[in-house]
Design a protein around this ligand. Structure first.
Ligand code: ATP
Ligand code: MG
Length: 340
């Protein structure tokens, strides 16, 4: 249902928990860049507070924060059109995150499939932050009264939780309509790019093996090698997309091709019907190199001047704070905190 009471505003973020992958690019960054030319105000974040929910070596966190920012900029994100900053510079995220920890219910968090996947059999040994992170994510979005959240498929449940938190807050504090109920925006052929070695798992920057993902900084040889070694079945490509229904690895490569070439998976299948992997994989590698090489070159150029990246992030944080502060202040008022 469309939100009619709030000005349309977009918020999304990426964790500096490692180097950017093709999944981050196709599922998130590419869409962020497209959205910045719409009428909506766009706010994009490097969510460093989320990264530390699992151990990050301090030097790696610093590097990854700048590298995610460089990835955004190199892909075409324009700080004049979008607000770009890193989360920890705007303290309102952590403050509203705490308030939402007191709104969200333990039962809701227990249903979050991503925690179960990430924690595996070691749930007891995970940080409390990893368990609570969806409530901080709700704060990231609602601190700006954002109405639209472009994300990959894996984040759908967390945006739904954000709606539950907004609704419960509005209801409990008799503040109907104060927080918007944001919509996840999950569109296109690459909303869930899969792991190249196991088509049932998503590609992640923190995944175990480097061979399971394409990194935004991989060179042409590495990209070609990873696609060549990507797991597939022995069959040729079918002549319709339905034919890929039970072939997750094959479908993934076709979806990636479609997203990289800005077309549909159906169009790719029509073009490559009957083709074997010996033909399709090199074509996919060439396409990926074509699209990614200019971005990784620009990322390297930007990373040579970290001070400039830091200045961009600091300026973005100033603009973010201007939007966030009145909303946070009003939230404290609604809850009855004495602040005057
Ligand atoms: P981590 O393994 O540390 O969780 P990640 O690769 O999942 O890293 P995130 O920072 O958690 O990256 O997610 C950033 C954005 O990228 C989110 O919108 C998420 O939905 C999207 N995204 C992540 N992986 C994929 C993927 N494989 N396909 C499509 N979108 C993805
Ligand atoms: Mg993730």
């Amino acid at each position: 249902m469309a939100d009619v009471t709030h000005t349309p505003r977009v918020f999304s973020g990426i964790k500096p928990s490692g180097g950017l992958t093709l999944g981050n690019y196709l599922g998130a960054i590419k869409k962020f860049v497209q959205t910045q030319d719409s009428e909506m105000e766009t706010i994009y974040c490097v969510v460093d507070l989320h990264a530390v929910t699992v151990w990050q070596d301090p030097a790696d966190l610093t590097h990854a924060t700048r590298e995610v920012a460089a990835g955004y900029l190199a892909s075409g994100l324009d700080p004049a059109k979008s607000i770009l900053f890193n989360q920890s510079r705007v303290s309102g995220h952590a403050e509203l995150g705490w308030l939402f920890n007191c709104v969200a219910r333990v039962g809701w968090m227990n249903r979050m499939t991503q925690f179960k996947e990430k924690a595996g059999k070691n749930a007891e040994k995970q940080s409390l932050g990893l368990y609570a992170y969806p409530s901080l994510m709700a704060a990231d979005i609602l601190l700006y009264h954002a109405t639209h959240v472009p994300v990959g498929e894996d984040q759908k449940q967390h945006v739904e939780l954000t709606r539950d938190i907004a609704s419960k807050f509005n209801h409990d504090f008799k503040a109907e309509g104060f927080f918007p109920l944001p919509e996840p925006v999950i569109e296109g052929p690459a909303t869930r790019v899969m792991n190249l070695r196991d088509g049932t798992k998503k590609m992640s920057k923190s995944g175990e093996s480097d061979m399971e993902r394409i990194n935004m900084t991989d060179d042409a040889d590495k990209i070609a090698k990873k696609f060549r070694k990507a797991r597939t079945d022995p069959d040729a490509l079918p002549d319709n997309y339905e034919g890929l229904k039970d072939r997750p690895e094959a479908r993934n490569l076709v979806d990636i091709y479609a997203a990289l070439s800005d077309t549909t998976a159906e169009a790719v299948i029509t073009e490559y019907a009957g083709a074997g992997w010996g033909q399709f994989k090199p074509a996919l590698a060439d396409l990926a190199v074509d699209k990614l090489a200019p971005i990784s070159e620009e990322m390297a150029r930007l990373m040579a001047d970290p001070a400039e990246i830091d200045r961009t992030l600091a300026a973005g944080a100033d603009r973010a704070r201007e939007i966030a502060e009145p909303i946070l202040s009003k939230t404290f008022d609604i809850m009855g905190f004495v602040r005057g």
